[in-house]
Design a protein around this ligand. Structure first.
Ligand SMILES: [Zn+2]
Length: 273
């Protein structure tokens, strides 16, 4: 009986030791019950998928040499900031190519879970002269997390971005654009929302995404799209062509807004004080 007890105790200890390093990065039991509407799976399943995905070989990147950075004066030019959330993903590579072809710059808000899977794509985003901000680890509704959980989330995404690119996120976009005073305080970063939302994640239709963006954009807008969607990747070349023909310059968020202040909320260039 005692031998069995010792064996059970030993196995329990072994399991704890084996999984202890992982538990720092895994969600708490309360969070594992949460359903993530974007990915439509539970957070626990998401982590299982992540672990499987990490065993796959990373895709080769074939992107052209970056263009020299040209200064755009948004007080004179018609500027728009295209932003892409929830990546980096394999679709990001196609998006980078379209941006390069059009001489356009953009801003990407990365999830920690995607940074783990595609660190070299994150690096390529910066090499191509675009900007990279944080978008949480696994796209949870952050207003349901405790201070400790929020700190862990932000620190972990910051570390993943640093490991991938050598830079830490200089700006933050909360998942769903939702946050409360605690999220705002703990993030302690410029909060970048948007003024044009074509709802590409809802329609997943390149024509609809294209139509909505080109019919709504005004100078100084921030457009939110998603670089995890093939439909958005296919809509982008037409968006760049039509808006480019109308005289728009495609700039990063900080080119559009100038110096960003931690804690300030930005939806478009009209929020610059
Ligand atoms: Zn998102």
């Amino acid at each position: 009986m005692i031998r069995w007890f010792k064996l059970a105790l030993g196995l329990g200890l072994l399991t704890t030791l084996l999984f202890a390093p992982l538990s720092n990065t895994l969600p708490t039991s309360a969070q594992t019950k949460a359903i993530d509407p974007i990915f439509d799976v539970s957070i626990a399943q998401l982590h299982l998928r992540l672990m499987e995905a990490e065993e796959e070989l990373d895709v080769e990147i074939d992107v052209p040499e970056p263009r020299p950075i040209e200064f755009v004066d948004c007080s004179v030019e018609k500027c728009v900031a295209l932003t892409f959330d929830d990546g980096p993903s394999t679709h990001t590579i196609g998006i980078l190519k379209s941006l390069h072809k059009a001489g356009a710059k953009a801003t990407f808000f990365a999830l920690g879970i995607q940074l783990r899977q595609h660190p070299h794509i994150a690096r390529e985003i910066l090499l191509q002269g675009h900007e990279l901000g944080g978008h949480s680890y696994a796209h949870q509704k952050l207003q349901y997390l405790s201070r400790w959980e929020l700190e862990r989330d932000f620190n972990y995404v910051s570390k993943l971005m640093f490991d991938a690119t050598g830079e830490r996120p200089a700006m933050f976009r909360p998942p769903y654009g939702e946050f409360d005073s605690l999220v705002h305080e703990v993030a302690n970063a410029p909060m970048i929302l948007w003024s044009v939302d074509p709802k590409d994640w809802l329609t997943k239709d390149p024509n609809e995404t294209y139509e909505r963006v080109v019919s709504e954009v005004k100078p100084g807008d921030i457009v939110v799209m998603h670089d995890i969607l093939g439909s958005t990747r296919y809509a982008l070349p037409r968006i760049l062509k039509t808006l480019g023909n109308r005289g728009y310059k495609f700039v990063t968020v900080s080119e559009l807004l100038g110096e960003l202040k931690p804690g300030q909320i930005y939806r478009s260039a009209t929020d610059v004080k």
